[in-house]
Ligand binder design. Sequence first.
Ligand code: GRF
Length: 203
Amino acid sequence: PRVAVLISGRGSNMMSLIEAAAAPGFPVEIAVVISNRPDAHGLARAQACNIPTRSLDHKAFPDRAAFDAALDAVLEEEQVTLVCLAGFMRLLTSGFTQKWAGRMINIHPALLPSFKGLHTHERALAEGVKIHGATVHFVTAEMDVGPIIMQAAVPVLEADTPDTLAARVLAQEHVIYPAALRLVAEGRARLDGARVAIDEFEI
Ligand code: GRF
């Protein structure tokens, strides 16, 4: 598969995918990194790895549909077959998510279905949960709701701040995102209606 990684910021998850894809035998090629923010630090990091980048400034489009149409055009032009959202902070239209259904995945810094949306680490601490984590899921029209492919859990410690907890979760994101991408790329994790059909695997 030819993969597009969509980012909005620093791109540490993007880097984990680029590094995994560079290993012999990893079944994807990172074809392009696309940012909706021209100043995203991740763009420079991708360029340093010789990955083609595109920036599509969402502010230059009149509405979400126009932005998504331009995004779709770039994906087609680059012959992309799988899309990875990696800290991509734009909501996508239902038309776009339907077109890419089963071929687009996202990483979310919480154990879904808990803590959808933003500020997950602050909210986890405020709720006093003792286990937190990260989730890779197929993208559907509703944000952070799509069928779950893989999760990793971390303990919440008494002394945690949002930053220390985020760092513990992020280390696990960098493990499960490449692992989940591999499963999807090899057809071993598939969207099957409202859930994921998944073959046995080891990380
Ligand atoms: C990650 O925690 C990701 O799960 C969330 O936003 C953060 C992006 O970080 N959606 P990075 O850009 O991958 O470093």
